[in-house]
Design a protein. Structure first.
Length: 261
């Protein structure tokens, strides 16, 4: 049986770890070629090796998504190496910074966070997504091709977390997704976001190791367990595929029921 992304090319930022890697492997199983982009080239190369092992074409690319020109180069390399870009998953991101030296998970407050730390989160989580979205959408529109753009937002897009910089960045990703969805609908480009709950990846390692904060995370999650990166990849696959052909500008929450009410 043909895969749901047979013949497609997916570009995945943050593809070297966690949710991005899970998307790369799931999309490859469904027939896609994968350009794995990450600031960590060794990690991207390892994901690419796993895609190759699944019998699909891969291309690891090093990129710092906060650098707009580097995003243009990333798209150029993807198109030169794999022929196109049909799907973007913008998963490169960082969590909120923690106060250095503290034993337990200790985020800064709005009043105490050093401004360069706040800016770094916004640079990576918001400008990085904007730059990768622009680079891909420009290629798609110039080449008159439709496509699917999927941005990693968060449950924190709609709730104030103890790490304000993170929530602010993810709220920005949500609105950016809607603005682009509106702007690109006429070009056959769908733009959606995923807002996961608490997922077992390196990003949440410190949170999961802190008993008190982990208890809090589970107390706001009715299913009372962490999600797996593969469960987010399944949501991304839906949004990337033709099954989501009438979805644009949406924010889907695979979160174990955080917003159940
Ligand atoms: N894990 C969760 O619980 C969770 C929940 C909600 C949203 N998210 C979001 O999902 C996305 C993926 O998170 P994850 O949990 O897989 O994290 P992760 O730390 O496992 O992976 C993030 C990847 O992004 C890469 N990266 C960081 N900065 C980069 C940059 N400037 N340029 C290129 N690559 C860069 C890292 O090298 C890493 O490989 C992030 O946007 C995160 O905010 C995660």
């Amino acid at each position: 049986m043909a895969g749901r992304l047979e013949g497609k090319v997916a570009l995945i930022t943050g593809g070297g770890s966690g949710i991005g890697r899970a998307c790369a492997l799931r999309f490859a199983q469904e027939g896609a070629s994968i350009c794995v982009a990450d600031i960590d080239l060794a990690a991207a190369t390892e994901t690419a090796r796993q895609v190759d092992a699944a019998g699909r074409k891969s291309l690891p690319v090093q990129v710092d998504t906060t650098n707009e020109a580097a995003n243009d180069v990333m798209v150029k390399r993807c198109v030169e190496g794999l022929g196109a870009v049909d799907v973007l998953v913008a998963a490169a991101g960082v969590g909120g910074p923690r106060v250095p030296g503290s034993d337990s998970y200790q985020p800064y407050t709005v009043l105490t966070i050093p401004m360069e730390q706040f800016r770094r989160v916004i640079d990576i989580n918001l400008y990085g997504v904007l730059f990768s979205n622009r680079a891909v959408a420009r290629w798609m529109t110039e080449n008159r091709r439709g496509g699917s753009i999927i941005n990693l937002a968060s449950i924190m897009s709609r709730m104030p977390s103890t790490s304000a910089a993170y929530s602010v960045s993810k709220a920005g990703v949500w609105m950016l997704t809607k603005c682009l969805a509106h702007e690109l609908a006429g070009h056959g480009i769908r733009v959606n976001a995923i807002g996961p709950g608490f997922i077992e990846t390196p990003m949440t390692a410190a949170l999961r190791e802190d008993a008190a904060r982990s208890r809090w995370a589970m107390s706001v999650t009715p299913m009372a367990r962490y999600g797996r990166p593969e469960e987010i990849a399944a949501t991304a696959l839906f949004l990337a595929s033709d099954d989501a052909s009438y979805f644009t500008g949406e924010l889907l929450h695979p979160s174990g029921g955080v917003f159940v009410g």
